[in-house]
Write a protein that binds this ligand. Structure first.
Ligand code: GLC
Length: 552
């Protein structure tokens, strides 16, 4: 813990992490049970996805009570024990605050429906258009209209996500005060950080139709008119009172200019941001339900552009490939076959060498792969299930829809952590809520812990290097050979240390020539994914070869 620039965060999707009571769902005690493992990996913070009371329509991102723990995940005692045990190992707990919306089961929403004026103003209830249709043409991010009609009130309410996730009205100072109280409540229980879910959507602008026929309304509420003011207030009134608290905002379709403020050193908003542009390089625009090859040139220019831009403005990135909404990176940009190990390590090196705080998503450190589901009844995610229907209605045949889900479904990242090669990958003694990947016999934490060449050992080394060499945390960022069609290479400098991170992103060998003025001789290999590495100014990189070099 301490300086977040020197820290590494590990994300836990509690539901799929480790189940201690045999009900097939991961729980808080499961996190406590695995703290030694996490300590061994060396991470500083654990970001836990929401475990608050919830009907679980969207994996807990539909919160019914921000201060209560869903019995599915345990009790407040379990939580307090986790905070204490983690603290003993120097690990801080970060909570996931879903403040853009609540579940329609939340007491506020129920009272709104029951006709209490005060609570109606906690949400966006609006009359329909003169013809009775929805107030605007905005689309929910999970498919369908973003407005749901409530017959007993004769009005619609806004939901940018599922219809059971009603958007909160941040224009109302009472709402903002309530949410500050929630943050303070958890600070009082020893929490060391917060992740704020889709927090750049909290300030809605005008409720007008999106003029773009392909638009979904996002132009009216993304990085909305009062978002910076709201964040500064939240900071001032809650977490900003403790300088040790680390915060990260999830920014949906944001712009870099806004992130200079969200995560600027002196802007009084958040410590850092997640942006997602580099993870849309296998989409068509914002449409993810398609299969197209990865645009490597774009991936690289986005990564490099954000690195340079954020550094120039003194703003801080969270750097990552994976989370509970993304497919597994080794399946997505690496190789599930012959070069599984090399590619998983290369992808890790690319991220951990960047300027920013690296996030490791559970199972990434052992190279877990996509789910490989082939039937609809294997899927659980509301977004995937909705889109199955939407894509079928658009006329796609079943096979094509299955192929798309297989690549893009959020369930790819949600199958249980593979702890050992036994039944259910050692995740549960019961029936898992979602199927365990059968490759747990081969890919699992137990075998990797005792193998110094494993993906796990590589991640552990990356975390150690960050603690050991300040250049990882504080170095500047300079892209090298930005036009190279296969290689991601960059240089970082700080206080007499120079670090090079050089990666062949592909399966084929490739020649990389180091740019004029750079000298790799005299560099020490800090880490690589092949046993013997020969840095050279004209370097033939093997499949997915990766090396981190240091010159002091
Ligand atoms: C964020 C979460 C995602 C959730 C959505 C709505 O994107 O990461 O899992 O579905 O917000 O809360």
């Amino acid at each position: 813990m301490g300086d977040f620039r020197r820290s590494v965060v590990y994300q836990i999707y509690v539901r799929s992490f480790f189940d201690t009571d045999g009900d097939g769902v991961g729980d808080l005690r499961g996190v406590t049970a695995k703290l030694d493992y996490l300590h061994e990996l060396g991470v500083d913070y654990l970001w836990l996805t929401p475990f608050f009371r919830s009907p679980q329509r969207d994996g807990g991102y539909d919160v019914a009570d921000y201060r209560a723990i869903d019995p599915l995940y345990g009790s407040m005692d379990d939580f307090d024990e986790l905070v204490a045990e983690a603290g003993r190992r120097g690990i801080g707990i970060m909570l996931d605050m879903v403040f853009n919306h609540t579940s329609t089961d939340h007491e506020w929403f129920r009272r709104a429906l029951a006709g209490e004026e005060k609570y109606r103003d906690y949400y966006f209830f609006r009359e329909g258009k003169p013809d009775g249709g929805a107030p605007t043409n905005w689309q929910s991010k999970f498919g369908g209209s973003a407005w749901e009609y409530v017959p007993q009130l004769g009005m619609y309410y806004l939901h940018l996500f599922d219809r059971t996730q009603a958007d909160l009205n941040w224009e109302n100072p009472e709402v903002r005060r309530e949410l500050c109280d929630v943050v303070r409540f958890w600070m009082g229980r020893g929490v060391k950080g917060f992740r704020f879910d889709v927090v750049n959507l909290i300030s809605k602008g005008a409720f007008e139709d999106d003029p773009d026929p392909d638009g979904d309304g996002r132009m009216f509420y993304t990085d909305g008119p009062r978002v910076h003011e709201f964040l500064r207030e939240l900071n001032r009134e809650s977490f900003g009172r403790d300088p040790e608290i680390v915060t990260v905002g999830e920014m949906s379709s944001t712009s870099m200019e806004n992130c200079f403020l969200y995560a600027g050193e002196d802007s009084g908003e958040l410590s850092m941001v997640f942006s997602f542009h580099h993870l849309k390089v296998d989409f068509v625009g914002n449409e993810k339900w398609v299969i197209v090859p990865t645009d490597f040139a774009r991936l690289k220019s986005l990564l490099f552009g954000w690195q340079k831009g954020m550094a120039e403005h003194g703003a801080w990135n969270a750097v990552f490939w994976c989370n509970h909404d993304q497919p597994r990176v080794v399946s997505r940009f690496g190789d599930e076959g012959e070069y599984w190990r090399e590619s998983a390590k290369m992808l890790a090196a690319v991220i951990h060498g960047l300027r920013g705080t690296p996030y490791i998503y559970q199972g990434e450190e052992i190279g877990m792969t996509n789910a490989g589901f082939t039937r609809l009844d294997q899927y659980r995610d509301v977004e995937s299930l909705n889109h199955f229907k939407i894509l079928r209605d658009r006329g796609l045949n079943e096979e094509s829809v299955y192929n798309i889900l297989k690549v893009h479904s959020r369930d790819n990242g949600r199958t249980p952590v593979q702890w050992d090669g036994g039944k259910n990958g050692g995740f549960t003694a019961g029936e898992p809520w979602i199927e365990v990947n059968p490759n747990s016999r081969i890919i699992n934490a137990k075998t990797q812990l005792r193998d110094s060449g494993s993906v796990f050992s590589f991640y552990r080394e990356l975390v150690r290097l960050r603690k050991r060499y300040d250049v990882f945390a504080y170095g500047d960022f300079e892209p090298l050979t930005p036009e190279h069609p296969h290689v991601i290479a960059y240089r970082r400098c700080w206080n007499g240390e120079t670090l090079y991170c050089i990666n062949n992103f592909f399966r084929a060998e490739t020649v990389w020539r180091c740019p004029e003025g750079e000298r790799l001789d005299g560099c020490r290999v800090l880490l690589s994914n092949y046993p013997s590495v020969q840095p050279a100014c004209e370097w033939t990189l093997r499949p997915y070869e990766s090396a981190i070099l240091l010159k002091c």
